[in-house]
Write a protein that binds this ligand. Sequence first.
Ligand code: PNS
Length: 159
Amino acid sequence: MSKVIYPGSFDPVTYGHLDIIKRSASMFEEVIVGVLSNSAKNPLFTLEERTEMIEDAVKDFDNVKVINFDGLLIDYMKKNDISVIVRGLRAVTDFEYELQIAQSNRKVSKDTIDTVFLTTSIDYAYLSSSIVKEYARYGTDVSEFVPGNVAIRLKEKLN
Ligand code: PNS
């Protein structure tokens, strides 16, 4: 369990995601942040843009690496010898969706992959990339929710 993957669409990364990354990095030897496609979502930023924003935000962590790919999470994990997924749980509303993904990843991987959940810090319990984009779209300052470079990119993209 020394190497884990924290997957997500990160469109864009928020302080809520970074809180989970930071806490995972203090618990595990290596944390791979996987920037992936969620077929249910139409992203604002490209895979490369989302990856760059996270790379910038985690550059001071020696044991955090950011990767991206367009494929199945469990395939990447098998190829790279990773058996644990980390996900954040904000509220009970996340639970059903998270349970479904965790159980299906476990089933399809023939019980070789597990998911561990970290509860989001109370400071970020309300925060989501969608909410940040919605505020940014109407010109609201979102620098409380996302790193400075992300706030700038949101402004450039949406105005
Ligand atoms: O941040 P999100 O959008 O809730 O993350 C969901 C994500 C990207 C982790 C999930 O959609 C995913 O794992 N996508 C990669 C394709 C895959 O493996 N799909 C099967 C599980 S849904």
